[in-house]
Design a protein around this ligand. Sequence first.
Ligand SMILES: NC(=O)c1ccc[n+]([C@@H]2O[C@H](COP(=O)([O-])OP(=O)(O)OC[C@H]3O[C@@H](n4cnc5c(N)ncnc54)[C@H](OP(=O)(O)O)[C@@H]3O)[C@@H](O)[C@H]2O)c1
Length: 238
Amino acid sequence: MNTRKLEGKWALVTGSSRGIGQQIAMGLAQYGCNVILHGRTMAHTEKTRQMLAGFDVRIHAVAGDLGTEDGIQSVITEVQHFPGYADILYNNAAIQSEWKPIFEFSMEDWLKSFQVNLFAMICFCNAFVPGMAERGYGRVINLTSGIADQPNLSPYSVTKAAVDKYSRDLAFAVKENNVLVNYLDPGWLRTDLGGPNAWEAVETVLPGALVPALLDDNGPTGRLYAAQDYKVLGQGIT
Ligand SMILES: NC(=O)c1ccc[n+]([C@@H]2O[C@H](COP(=O)([O-])OP(=O)(O)OC[C@H]3O[C@@H](n4cnc5c(N)ncnc54)[C@H](OP(=O)(O)O)[C@@H]3O)[C@@H](O)[C@H]2O)c1
């Protein structure tokens, strides 16, 4: 594997203030990739920024609540201001819906999940993927989930099914432009979202989460990648 292929590129990792996004940001930095951090507030990104301080890469941070159109737009505007584009886009930020019987979710519950987990992702793809296509290089990785048979989390799991379908449609749209669009199942990991009983430590998302970013030009697109398929026992980036 060419370990230098991400050097000098810019990756936007939404939701990189903690959890899986933070690991992905560290993994990218280890490959020499410049990283645009994101959280709901700038202060939330500070810890990840400190964790990346030892890497020889450029770090930029943007903020915005993806539950609001203004928040999404401010992320887009800030990235357009600097660095102006993204070569790699990890649509990682998401929220999990409340645990309750499937019939009790209100339209507001459904809309909230779709807003953060799907519509924000679509807005970021609309903002940054056409530029990737024009430049003839792009890697888009949308975080999905292997969640199954959990009707009490239906708004969350339905958004993830939509993420898979959207990713395949987008992949087809830009497949001639060396923009590879894939979706990543990180596994069930101990994060704020995954909870303390999850099967795996958050560090096990690496190195697998980087595989779709490291694909060769005109490589696989529209595919599901499972980070746990690449798990190296005892290995994580600390
Ligand atoms: N953990 C698991 O077991 C698991 C399993 C399958 C899939 N996934 C997927 O992996 C991704 C990351 O999950 P995680 O476990 O790392 O979650 P997490 O620990 O809860 O972190 C969520 C991240 O998303 C950001 N975020 C949440 N709501 C936001 C909003 N309204 N606007 C902007 N940013 C927001 C958070 O930013 P702030 O810090 O600013 O709040 C944080 O950086 C998600 O797409 C999730 O669905 C996780």
